[in-house]
Design a binder for this molecule. Structure first.
Ligand code: PEP
Ligand code: MG
Length: 756
């Protein structure tokens, strides 16, 4: 018995010549059916192609020639239609025994009993069917089916190149279904957006299927496997220390698949049969997909998704197409899809076209989420089965307010989406009307509402929202969007522009907070080798050691703020001496610039971020040194709960309204007030109306929040009796109820507080 590889190779060598020839596509297909029929000794060999939604007999050896272009079958009709619809193989010794069998008298096929057919697949959908038939009732052997499937891959290239099938069915990377679906997820950034699906890591379409040099293809695959295993090992190492933000099981499966000898062997066998490395990877993937489809097990389906991902990774490596969709630019309104993204990766996309992001993973305080929030891009995270359900180019309606994304929406879904959008626009307009209204509580307390910013355009948010200033300017965003370290002059230009845009309103510049999940590709922070970078060499720790970076930034800030007040804030201060060192560095730069007769800021106000719980134990030492203290609740809560902020598994586990957090924050209020230090919160927590209400209930009256939250927060503040809440809060913190969130929500409803 010939091996599958040998039979396929023999056919492929001959097909290669046909494909390279200069004859018309129809002549090529006529030759193809002859070659295949002869090679596997089959009396009938036919090719059906999907055109205008139906399968048309396009070439045949053995059936009546008059039936060519005449016999047509709908998807799901007859054996051929069934194969195409299910993207499955059929192998029958008696064709008529199949329930879907239909008789096509014009073909003269009654004489033939046995029937086998395989789908011709392009981008995971059947674009045609390759079928063989015999007079004798006999089942085709596995090797023959294998050979047919390999040949079908090559045919798919041939017919795509010849433009023989519907563009509509092959133009997009379609998953199995084209029905409308609603996928649930976790709301990471609230909002609604409509656009076409674009995968951050595009799927590779195999263009060349027949190998010229089998040895060379084999080597390409070996090299790709090595590289992929290296990547997976790195991800595994990172995941073991909770840094990578990937699920443990996914990593474990990844690793298992990456080292699976069976997988690499099957790919090698496919190469032996004459396929290119890319086609071989795809061929094995198709086969696995088919096998898995027969097993109805959701757990296995998930694993399938992982294998798809890995297979795509291998394809990208072998084909050298490592770029992301950002490099090609967005051509229309887009919803970006990815398993996960880094903040810098997101910033590469054109903000005007990016209408939303859908992630397989993600968590509320991961920096990518914060960046998206700053960009005003809605994000839905933890959506399962993305590759399985969403095809590149599909229309998506993202409604993260309801934690949903609608895929290929029906007209009714679109209508409902539009009308909801209209309501939101109305509400937005109402918030916009609050622009010039101050955030004063019902009992007369003025709350300071500032915005978080980091990009040049963010300064415009001040005018749009009527915020009191920029309470956190994340200077590292400029570093994240640059392809090389931004020089001092560039930094200075940005800072000056932001100060100019802010006018009289204060801007608090936070010195660079890099490291952790904000790695810079051009700067070797230790992150890559660190076991736990969130708690590692990052932010001020890194800046104090790499003081060249901080000196340049200090000079840029001091120069930019000449003649005005400069507010500087240091991230991740863990001990008061770190603050001292950072301030001394700034003061030395001030002296240096002053000594050169240059104009200086009228005042430099220094502040620290409270993100590391340990610092709270030395407040008495720190407070006399600083003018303001800003609580970074994103980092603070990850350290208080020992829960990685980027780990999707922990995304919903702990609540900001937990007594632990609220009690911790409450303890800061009196000492800060006594020391005359402004105390505020600049983490994401402050941007949520209920959480912000709780913070005000603790006595924290300065919040720096995402611009989109200013309107809703003003509405909340103006409907709140802060004194009444404070009394209630004192009692709740003394004897915490089981679910403080519920209690706060009920209190707000009772008191008529507007919670958007
Ligand atoms: C924080 O940690 O709460 C914070 C505001 O800083 P970042 O999110 O940039 O780490
Ligand atoms: Mg932080």
């Amino acid at each position: 018995m010939p091996s599958a590889a040998a039979s396929a190779r023999e056919i492929l060598v001959r097909l290669h010549d046909v494909m390279a020839g200069r004859t018309a596509p129809q002549a090529k297909l006529n030759a193809v059916v002859q070659i295949i029929g002869e090679a596997i000794g089959s009396e009938v060999c036919s090719i059906y192609l999907l055109r205008e939604g139906v399968l048309e007999l396009y070439a045949t050896r053995g059936l009546a020639q008059e039936a060519v272009h005449v016999t047509k079958l709908a998807l799901g009709e007859g054996l051929v239609g069934t194969i195409a619809e299910d993207v499955e193989v059929l192998n029958l010794d008696e064709a008529t025994s199949h329930p879907n069998f239909v008789h096509n008298p014009e073909t003269g096929e009654e004489r033939f009993h046995s029937f086998a057919g395989v789908p011709i697949i392009r981008r995971e959908r059947a674009v045609g069917v390759l079928a063989v038939q015999h007079v004798d009732p006999r089942r085709y052997q596995d090797v023959e089916i294998e050979a047919l499937q390999t040949v079908a891959m090559v045919l798919s290239e041939l017919i795509a190149n010849a433009g023989l099938v519907d563009v509509a069915t092959t133009g997009a990377d379609r998953p199995q279904s084209t029905a409308s679906v609603r996928l649930p997820g976790l709301k990471l950034v609230e909002g609604m957006g409509a656009g076409c699906a674009v995968y951050h890591q595009p799927r590779i379409t195999v263009e060349h299927t027949v190998a010229e040099d089998i040895d060379a293809e084999r080597h390409r695959v070996y090299a790709a496997f090595d590289k992929m295993r290296e990547q997976i090992d790195r991800i595994t190492r990172e995941a073991e220390f909770g840094m990578a933000g990937e699920h443990d099981e996914v990593i474990a499966t990844y690793k298992m698949f990456a080292y699976d000898e069976g997988w690499s062997r099957r790919i090698n066998e496919a190469i032996d049969s004459g396929l290119t490395a890319e086609a071989a990877i795809e061929r094995v993937q198709q086969r696995t997909r088919q096998r898995m489809r027969q097993i109805d097990d959701p757990l296995l389906a998930d694993r399938m998704h992982d294998l798809e991902d890995l297979s795509n990774r291998l394809l990208r490596i072998v084909s050298g197409q490592m770029g992301t969709a950002a490099q090609f630019g967005l051509r229309r309104d887009t919803i970006l899809i990815a398993r996960n993204l880094g903040p810098a990766e997101l910033l590469e996309y054109d903000k005007r076209r990016l209408k939303g992001v859908v992630l397989g993973e993600g968590s509320l305080t991961a920096h990518v989420t914060i960046v998206a929030r700053a960009m005003g891009v809605p994000v839905l995270g933890r959506v399962a089965g993305l590759r399985r359900t969403i095809a590149e180019g599909d229309l998506l309606l993202l409604d993260s307010t309801e934690s949903n994304v609608f895929v290929r929406p029906s007209a009714a879904m679109e209508e409902a989406f539009e009308s909801k959008l209209a309501v939101r626009q109305k509400r937005k307009a109402a918030y916009a009307r609050l622009r010039d209204v101050p955030p004063v509580t019902k009992d007369g307390e003025r709350i300071t509402l500032m915005v978080n910013a980091g990009l040049r355009d963010d300064a415009a948010a001040l005018d749009l929202t009527g915020a009191d200033g920029i309470g956190l300017f994340r200077t590292e965003f400029q570093f994240l969007v640059s392809s090389s370290l931004p020089q001092r002059e560039r930094q200075q230009r940005l800072y000056k522009e932001v100060l100019d845009a802010a006018g009289d309103r204060p801007v608090v510049f936070r010195t660079v907070d890099i490291g952790g999940d904000k790695a810079l590709p051009y700067l070797v922070t230790a992150s890559a080798d660190e076991e736990n970078p969130a708690m590692g060499w990052r932010a001020l720790r890194l800046a104090l050691e790499r003081d060249g970076l901080m000196k340049a930034q200090a000079r840029a800030l001091i120069d930019a703020a000449a003649g005005r007040t400069l507010n500087v804030m240091f991230p991740m201060v863990s001990e008061p001496w770190e603050f001292d060192e950072a301030k001394a560095l700034f003061e030395a730069q001030r002296a240096w610039i002053g000594a050169r007769g240059k104009r200086l800021p009228t005042e430099i106000r220094y502040g620290a971020m409270l993100e590391v719980p340990a610092l709270a134990e030395q407040l008495d030492i720190l407070l006399p040194k600083i003018q303001f203290l800003s609580v970074g609740t994103n980092d603070l809560t990850q350290f208080l709960f020992a829960a990685d902020r980027a780990n999707p598994k922990l995304a919903e586990r702990y609540d900001w309204l937990s007594p632990s957090i609220l009690r911790f924050l409450a303890r800061l209020v009196a000492p800060a007030r006594a020391a005359g230090v402004d105390l505020g919160v600049c983490g994401e927590m402050g941007g949520r109306p209920l959480e912000a209400m709780a913070l005000i209930g603790l006595g924290i009256d300065r919040l720096s929040i995402t611009p989109a939250a200013v309107g809703p927060l003003k509405a909340m503040v103006r409907s709140l009796d802060a004194g009444a809440l404070r009394t209630a809060m004192t009692a709740w913190l003394a004897h915490p109820p089981r679910d403080l969130r519920d209690v706060l929500t009920a209190w707000a409803a009772e008191a008529g507080v507007e919670l958007a």
